[in-house]
Design a protein around this ligand. Structure first.
Ligand code: ADP
Length: 455
């Protein structure tokens, strides 16, 4: 069920990523395409404008009669063909010869770039043509300055027309300079082909990486989901044990025909013990959940660690004696060390560590609590010569309900929440906790809390 849900979410995430990326790619590609085409068009128009302007400036001063081709025009446009004469087209060998003539002032323009130059009189009649001569262009005359024409093969031409005047300021006719847009159209075609091929490939690649990224993004959620499941199952298990014990006790008593007062008291005591265990467990769970949600109140006050440790040692001395352990402290820092934190919580933190140290150290061993200062930190070390913890367990030791040896821990009444609570308290009070241990040699739990000085 969970795997199905995660797979579905992963697919969805990947699809969304891929979709959004495809749209972004398409928009970017289209914008680049537009900008490039536009830039190319502008450069073509400028070129056309400059050629037309130069021709106009060179030709116009020598025009005497309307529609009359002056010698200067033939001089600067060597392949000029008058209308009604045998005007060569671009494939004509005679025309090719013209094209390769170097002496024309504008020959390079219409040789390489497929320019044509047309002269039209004011009654729209073609007078002469020079340069590349697209025969099949629409002949209908149009005096619009800028035009884009298309021949029957679909080839496009950009054309500029200017009205020319004679020396006596009469309308001579028009000069029209056109340029083939074949090169541009080829580019547009290549762009389109590129997009048609590149876009799906891009989307496939993005889809693949999205699937991988979605997997990465899901990992912490997956992990925390598994932890939550583990936690729920552990918590139910822990709660079930005392509940089952209470249930069994009650059922046994109910089966009895007669119950003496002493037996009744003993039973009630048993039930109370299990009940206390349940209540403690629930309280611990609530405490951890409040730490998680950051709703646990942390009363920040100045706490003297020296006093706190001495109190704890006194409190645990009987337990240590009973288990034949030596419980000692060494307060290396001569001055009292204060930290700013919740005294009850800090007491609980060290109490958990000392209780563990006593619990997991066999008779005849030592438990020592050290207090020292390291720069701005007060460092408390709870060291024992107990059973130790394998190093591979270090990362999980502070997890809820985690026990290295669950049978041993459970038999001594441990719930597996002590270190989780210790860590949560240390962090809530601005500190940290770490473990160092060697199997069969002992463990040291090191707590660091920021020192508080009255200044
Ligand atoms: P528990 O209630 O089981 O003691 P804790 O969270 O306090 O739970 O500790 C988790 C586990 O860490 C314990 O079950 C035990 O295996 C291991 N542990 C904790 N403290 C010590 C220690 N001083 N020496 C050896 N093992 C320890």
């Amino acid at each position: 069920m969970q795997i199905k849900l995660f797979d579905k979410t992963r697919w969805r995430l990947a699809a969304w990523y891929a979709g959004v990326m495809a749209v972004i790619l398409a928009i970017c590609g289209f914008s680049v395409y537009q900008v490039m085409i536009q830039a190319y068009l502008v450069s073509i128009d400028r070129e056309l404008e400059s050629v037309t302007g130069t021709l106009h400036n060179v030709i116009e001063p020598s025009l005497k009669q309307p529609a009359k081709i002056e010698p200067i025009i033939e001089l600067i446009l060597p392949n000029l063909c008058l209308a009604n004469s045998d005007c060569p087209n671009s494939n004509h060998s005679k025309y090719q010869k013209f094209l390769h003539r170097e002496h024309g002032m504008f020959s390079s323009v219409y040789q390489d770039k497929q320019y044509y130059i047309r002269f039209v009189d004011i009654s729209d009649k073609l007078i002469a043509v020079a340069g590349f001569n697209p025969q099949e262009l629409p002949q209908a005359f149009n005096s619009k300055t800028w035009q884009t024409l298309k021949d029957p093969q679909g080839n496009r031409y950009s054309q500029k027309s200017i009205l020319l005047y004679t020396q006596s300021n009469q309308n001579w006719g028009y000069i029209q300079v056109g340029r083939s847009l074949k090169e541009l159209d080829n580019r547009i075609f290549s762009f389109k082909i590129f997009f048609v091929i590149a876009l799906p490939i891009g989307v496939i690649l993005v889809g693949g990486s999205s699937w991988w990224l979605a997997g990465l993004a899901m990992q912490p959620i997956d992990k925390s989901y598994k932890q939550m499941q583990q936690f729920t199952s552990d918590a139910s298990h822990e709660l079930r044990t005392p509940l089952a014990a209470i249930n069994a006790t009650v059922e046994t008593i109910l089966d009895l025909e007669y119950l003496s007062e002493q037996e009744a008291r003993e039973t009630l005591r048993l039930i109370k013990r299990q009940n206390n265990r349940l209540a403690e467990l629930v309280q611990d769970l609530l405490l951890l959940s409040r730490f998680d949600q950051k709703t646990q109140v942390v009363q920040k006050e100045s706490c003297c660690l020296n006093d706190l440790i001495n109190d704890l040692l006194e409190e645990f001395s009987d337990l240590a004696n009973n288990t034949d352990l030596q419980l000692t402290s060494s307060l290396e820092y001569s001055q009292p060390l204060h930290v700013l934190g919740d005294e009850d919580q800090i007491l609980r933190l060290f109490s958990n560590l000392i209780a563990n140290a006593i619990q997991y150290t066999p008779a005849g061993g030592y438990v020592n609590v050290t207090l020292k200062r390291n720069n701005d930190d007060a460092v408390v070390e709870v060291r024992d010569t107990g059973i130790g913890i394998p190093s591979e367990e270090f990362p999980r030791i502070f997890d809820r309900f985690y026990r290295v040896d669950s049978n041993r821990s459970r038999s001594t009444g441990g719930s597996g929440l002590g270190l989780a609570i210790a860590k949560a308290i240390a962090q809530a009070n601005g500190g940290s906790i770490e473990v160092q241990s060697q199997l069969s040699k002992g463990s040291t739990f090191i707590v660091r809390l920021p020192v508080f000085s009255a200044e």
